[in-house]
Design a protein around this ligand. Sequence first.
Ligand SMILES: [Zn+2]
Length: 363
Amino acid sequence: MSLRSIYGHDPLLHRLEGAIASGRFPQAALLVGPPGVGKQRLALWIATALLCDTHGGAGCGECESCRMAGRLAHPDLHWFLPILRPKASDRVKQVEETQTLIGEAVAERRNKPLYGPPDALASHPLASIRLLHRVVGLTPFRGSRKVVILGDAERLVVQEASQEAANALLKVLEEPPNNTTLILTVVKRAGLLPTVRSRLVPIRVPRVPDDAVRAFLRREPNPPLDSDTVERRVALAQGSIGRAIWPAGDEQAAARNAEALLSAIRAGPARWSATALAQPPWAARGGFAAMLDELAIVLRREIADGAERGGGGDGGGGGGDTGRLRHRLDAVQRVEEARASAGGNVNPQLTLAALAHELEPLV
Ligand SMILES: [Zn+2]
C-alpha cells in the first residue's frame, strides 16, 4: 500500500517545492504544528522530493526512487518512530532490537496509512539516538543523499536528562554530513531542549482547513463514513485530520458525559465535585480525552448559536452577549488546555475538578 495523499497544505507544499527545486531546503529542519495535521506525512513528502531521480522540486511520483519512497521501502529514507523501550541490557543488542522495533513500526504504518497517535509510553530511547548516529554516517545506497526523519521528537529521552543521548544528537545536528538531510517533527518547539532547537530551521505546519478535512473524510476512510458522521468529525477535528480519524473514544458516550458535566458545572460546586470524583482515576484515559473533546464542541456550538443570534454583531447594546461570548471563548481555551494534558500522566479526577472550578464563572 502506498502513502495516502496530502490534504489541505497546498500553500506550504508550493513553498517547499520552490525551496527544494532551488536547493534551499535546510539541512536540518523542524516541522512544527498541532497534533494530527500531517507533519510526518509532509516530512515523507519532502524526503521523496529530495530523493527523486528527476530533482524537479516535488517528487515526480513515477521514478524508481519515488515509487520506493511511496512504499516506505527506500534504502536512503530513514524514518525514526517512537517505540517501546528495548528490553536488551547489552548496548549493541539494544541498538539491534531498536532497529527491529522501528522496522516493525514503519511496517505497521505501511499497512495502515491512517495511523493513530503513538502509544502513550513510546519514546525515542537512547538506543534510537545511537542508531540514528550510525545511520547518518552511512554512505547513501542509491543516489547522492539520504533523508532521516525523526517523528514526534518531543519524545526524545534527551528530555529526561540523559546527557549521552543529548550529546549524540547534538553531534549529528552540529555537523550533519553534506549528503544528509534531517527532518524532525514536533507539536511545540518548547518540547525540545534549546540546544537541539537552535540548530534546526523551523517550518510551521498550519491546521488543515475544514473543507480539506471534509474531503479527506469523504474519500479516505474504509469503510466510508455516513455524511452525519463526516460533519461531526469535521467539527471535532478543528483542523486536525489525526483527530478526525482517531476520535479519542466512544463518541456518543463522550457526548453524553460532556453534557452531564456541563450541567453539573452550571449547578454549582456540590454537583461538579461529585462528577469529578466519579471519574475513574487512571483507567479509560481515552474516554476522558473524548469527553473533553465533546465538551469543547458543545461550547463552540453555543458560541456559534450566540453569534447567529447577533450577539455583539452591530456593537450596539449587545454588551451582555459579547461578554458571554468572550467567557465561552475562554472556557473553550481552558478545555483545550485540559485536553492537551489528558494525554499525559495526569489524574483525571484532579484535572476535572480544577477545570470545573475554572469553568464555573465562564459557562
Ligand atoms: Zn521521482
